[in-house]
Design a protein around this ligand. Structure first.
Ligand code: SF4
Length: 388
């Protein structure tokens, strides 16, 4: 298939890995921001193709994983109310709240529905005027335009029974938070590999940049002296992004490069950005496992505040309780690899997840579990045989 198979060619991938090895003279730590990229790296074994000194650090770019527990609990409380149709993408249904998940609410009493677009939820609202229809609008800049459009359409159609439970987060402030976290070698005279954050270059998420462009990133590259490479999701896309990052690191450069030109332009989608600017306004956001990052999210603007589910349902008295065992915050900051969490594969598995990073299709813990990164080479070989 065009745009897929030609970016999965194993021979070219091997050649690109050899090129990266040939230009690498010292260890480098590169963070892929997006959880989709993490899964592609682990599934395709890209990190294992790289020279020993190059470490891929998995970033916080999984929207399901960083949605605060408090908001999950609010979603559960709204979904359990009579007269509510609670709509969500499927990946939120098994994310654990303090006491249960949306699947369990659906099984018990709630009208919880999986939709493929927030616009489906708008149609449900139009067809069910006696119900309150709520869409769970989480995600990065990528999913925000469709969510913005849903509210925009609901307003234009005069639908008073549609609302959005919003938890949108933004990539640039997350990069700043990572670069300003304690122990970063670029910020202080600390040796490389100091505990804390260690990222020396970023692969930017291609789908986020397809919406937002990459005009926001040059000041970050300059301020933190890190290469930022807009990168896609297929194996050759990722190897190209890594190669470009290493070339810059080896040359002591820190620039923004676009390695995903077939999708991303510098300006991005201006029409989408205009709609986002109308429907949302920037706000401080709490990131699950990380904490509050200033100006790192969107909420509905004053013109659309009447569609805010948090205000409409007046959910109060929500007390959240994170698992004491879960180290998802450390995983999301790139401080540890998933298998370094003591609960990985024991108390925490995809069937019984303690944290969202184990249940989300973009979560790093799920990637390590699903692709056997906790098994010895012998155990992994047995798994392959048993699958044949
Ligand atoms: S393995 Fe489970 S408990 Fe550990 S960090 Fe990941 S989600 Fe949390």
């Amino acid at each position: 298939m065009k745009y897929l198979t030609e970016f999965r060619n194993g021979e070219i991938a091997q050649r690109m890995a050899r090129e990266i090895a040939a230009i690498t003279t010292r260890p480098w730590k590169i963070m892929e921001v997006c959880g989709g990229q993490t899964h592609s790296i682990i599934r395709n074994g890209i990190d294992q193709m790289l020279p020993a000194g190059i470490e891929m650090i998995h970033g916080p770019g999984c929207p399901v994983c960083v949605t605060p527990l408090e908001l999950i609990d609010k979603a559960l409380a709204i979904a359990a109310q009579p007269g509510v149709i609670f709509c969500s993408f499927g990946d939120m249904l098994r994310v654990p709240g303090t006491e249960c998940d949306l699947f369990q609410v659906k099984g018990a009493c709630g009208d919880v529905r999986v939709v493929y677009s927030p616009l489906d939820a708008v149609e449900l609202a139009a067809k069910n005027p006696d119900k309150q229809v709520v869409f769970f609008g989480v995600g990065f800049e990528t999913t925000a335009p469709a969510n913005a459009m849903s509210v925009h359409l609901a307003k234009r159609r005069g639908l008073k029974n549609f609302s959005l439970l919003v938890s949108h987060v933004l990539v640039p402030p997350a990069i700043s938070a990572i670069m300003e976290s304690p122990g970063h070698p670029n910020g202080e005279d600390l040796p490389l590999g100091t505990p804390g954050n260690k990222v020396q270059a970023f692969l930017l998420a291609g789908h986020v940049c397809s919406v937002m462009g990459y005009w926001e990133y040059p000041p970050l590259a300059e301020k933190y002296r890190v290469p930022l490479v807009v990168t896609g999701f297929e194996p050759l896309d990722l190897l190209d992004g890594i190669r470009r990052a290493v070339v810059q690191l080896e040359a002591g450069r820190h620039e923004v490069e676009n390695a995903y030109e077939r999708v991303v332009t510098f300006e991005g989608n201006r029409a989408a950005q205009k709609l986002l600017g109308e429907v949302f306004e920037v706000t401080d956001r709490a990131w699950r496992g990380i904490g509050v990052i200033p100006k790192s999210g969107w909420r509905l603007s004053d013109a659309y505040r009447e569609f805010d589910a948090e205000e409409r349902f007046q959910i109060s008295g929500i007390h959240t309780q994170e698992s004491a065992l879960c180290r998802a915050g450390d995983v999301l900051r790139g401080a540890i690899k998933p298998a370094e969490c003591g609960a990985f594969g024991k108390e925490c598995t995809p069937r019984h997840p303690l944290g969202a990073t184990m249940v989300s299709s973009e979560g790093a813990c799920a990637a390590y579990y699903n692709y056997g990164r906790f098994l010895s080479a012998e155990e992994l070989a047995k798994t392959v045989v048993s699958c044949q």
